[in-house]
Design a protein around this ligand. Sequence first.
Ligand SMILES: Cc1ncc(COP(=O)(O)O)c(C=O)c1O
Length: 414
Amino acid sequence: MPVYLDHAATTPVLPEAIEAYTRALATVGNPSSIHTAGQTAKRLLEDAREQIAATLGCQGIELVLTSGGTEAINLAIKGLFWVRRSVGATRILVPEGEHHATVDTVEWLAAYEDATIEWLPLDEQGFLRIDALEAALAADPAGIALLTFLWANNEVGTIQPAEKIVALAASAGVPVHIDAVSAYGHLPVDFASMRSRTGSKGQSGLVALSVSAHKIGGPIGAGGLVLSRDATIVPLIHGGGQQRQVRSGTQDVAAASAFAVAARSAESSRGVESVRLAALRDRLIAGVREAVPSAVLSGPDCGVLDESGTDVRLVSNVHFVFPGCEGDSLLFLLDAAGVEVSTGSACQAGIPEPSHVLRAMGRDEDDARGALRITLGRTSTDADVDAFLVALPVAHAQASRAGMATRESSLGSR
Ligand SMILES: Cc1ncc(COP(=O)(O)O)c(C=O)c1O
């Protein structure tokens, strides 16, 4: 069996979630139908919605179920932008280094819908530069359509001070969307209390938050947008008017049921899992540094805590740059040795471009090409970490030789 260390791309579906999925799939009924079969399906669906909502600190009615994180992010950003544009607000504030679901959505709005994007810089560890955010919020806040940001970076694991960011936007009267896809399951997500602690009200401050099921042991193709009851949004998908008219389409009871099982399980094991994964992560980081001393950790180091004593690196994330190596070569060599990792976001894999996240953190293009992301999840064990640390030095030696040969031949051809 290969060693799977790419849990940020997707993590195995829990057996109990598969069971809930197949059970619900065998139940006939459209939850919008009035007859008994329809009402049975509706009960299953609404139970699932309530259970997922409980893990997000929101009310069931505030949870719009979607086909995943990408759809939720599109709905939040486009939907909020269209509402705000109608009152003349067209600036979108967005940090650099976001997931492509955000980057491509805001770029589409700039290309086709007259949005102006203001990219906010990151520091070298991947944290949003708060001074730049404050300056952007101070300049004509009424012209800002929204602020959207990634709570925990899916490539380098940096966790943003989400409450501080939301509070600043709330005091400027700016609506905020959070991409919580990689935070969910690892960090406590409590929509209502974040709203109240940050002074968010109505359409100001935290109004929307996106999550995905397949990052926490649920199925691929399911996710959700938490949308405050007080917020208005323009829908992306029109039709039967399901889900507060915000997201039409017959609802997927089986996916919701499986998502609910995964959400409950992730929430109940989060405390214990955090401690276990942090220990694996720190052993991995120490092991890589010992095996390849030239490797450079991206994002915050182990043991870096915020003002409240919380780890500011995802417990599941390890990310290194290996100078002089191509990340793709390392990935293929490790895969051949039976260890599955990533060079960054799964959505980018296959496109041999240097990571835009590392570039935003100030790394040069060559460094950004030598990246490897190793991510942990519920099935990860000490034996997985050992297998990676055995395979790495061999793969690294081979990839370095290949990198050197490529550089020599390109120098020779000049
Ligand atoms: C931070 C982040 N946002 C959004 C997404 C997209 O979610 P989905 O795969 O459910 O569309 C991902 C998935 O890789 C992600 O890591």
